[in-house]
Write a protein that binds this ligand. Sequence first.
Ligand SMILES: Cc1cc2nc3c(=O)[nH]c(=O)nc-3n(C[C@H](O)[C@H](O)[C@H](O)COP(=O)(O)OP(=O)(O)OC[C@H]3O[C@@H](n4cnc5c(N)ncnc54)[C@H](O)[C@@H]3O)c2cc1C
Length: 387
Amino acid sequence: MDFELDQETTMFRDSVRKWVDKECPKDWCRVLERREHEYPQELWDKLTAESFQGLGVAEEYGGMGGDIVMQAMFMREFARNAAGLGWIWGITAFSGTSAISLHGTEEQKRLFLPQMAAGQLKTAMSFTEPGGGTDLLGGLKTSATKVDGGWILNGEKTWSTCADTADYLLLIARSDKNVTRRSDGLSLFFVPRTSKGITTTPLDKLGMRALNSCAVHLDNVFVPDNLLLGEAGKAWKESTKTLNSERIMNAAMCLGMIDGVLEDAIAHMTTRRAFGKLIGEFQALQHYVANIAMSQKQSELMLYHTAWLQSNGKPCAMEAAMTKTLVSEYACQAADQGISILGGMGYSAETDMQRYWRDARLLRIGPISNEMARNMIAEGLGLPRSF
Ligand SMILES: Cc1cc2nc3c(=O)[nH]c(=O)nc-3n(C[C@H](O)[C@H](O)[C@H](O)COP(=O)(O)OP(=O)(O)OC[C@H]3O[C@@H](n4cnc5c(N)ncnc54)[C@H](O)[C@@H]3O)c2cc1C
């Protein structure tokens, strides 16, 4: 058994950490996040300058290579300062490129991956509908009707993050109603966001305020045949391949936030005074940081183990669900105790605790809710399916 990171991964982590602190300091990210409904293009441009959108994209398609362990490492380091703004990278450079790499034809890969790796093409995921996210299949009403040369899409998506600034939407729709299982008859499309008939409306929300999560209205949107991803009618089966990776990336973002919380908490405890002492001398607060540090260690072990399983093609559905669930709950607890440690300043918009607290909360809800993840864990233990 070997728990050491190899030299290449360690060097990569250290260089990302340095870059994040130099180019994306917390106080800068804090200001960007407060710019409600204003996309932080300058953050995207900094990622582009370092080619980070190409991490995980094969070199033959213009990327820098790297596996899910490296991607999780990057997300962790980035989220330490960027918190939920880390999705600016994740939605395109992780979810978008994974979808094209896994489901795209050779022609689609050659066309889109180099542009994505070069930071010239942004994507958004449009899966959830107003009728339900947890029961996605029950709530899915968007239709795709076959016509000459393509498909006509009609329907409504919701919470699609960055849909208003994306160049393409990864969108799932029902292309066949005559099926016995509702997981059959779904298709995945790569839809140009400026297509006639698409309107996006930003929704107000608690965190990640600079990255708009949008309602997407589709009114007779024509999508040509060459923008169907994978086989028509088989999208559900195909997209389940990426679920473990998505859950691992969620946990990586949460762990980055735990890192950020811990360092800010300790910095405050070693400067703020009360009753003639540094507050770091108070045992109650020491217990808070000990809790956060224990959750950090446990999260790190689970995250890298699960990412390693996934990278080596080993089954890890249970591990990914457990890691996503536990680390998101640890991140929320850490940010909550971090606010207590900072007192009033923890609630102030001038520090980052409130940002970690707001952003971490989302990751217990999506992309799969922790209640649903627990259902799956219980089912994996041999109990009857509860949903
Ligand atoms: C800020 C934000 C950004 C998002 N970004 C995107 C995006 O980019 N793309 C995208 O497609 N989606 C996105 N989502 C949607 C997200 O994936 C869904 O919100 C999530 O899947 C939950 O679905 P829901 O909101 O419809 O809740 P519901 O499905 O209505 O769930 C409500 C509650 O019921 C519980 N519940 C439901 N079924 C069960 C069950 N069987 N057992 C136990 N409990 C159950 C849930 O756990 C939850 O607590 C985003 C959401 C938010 C808030």
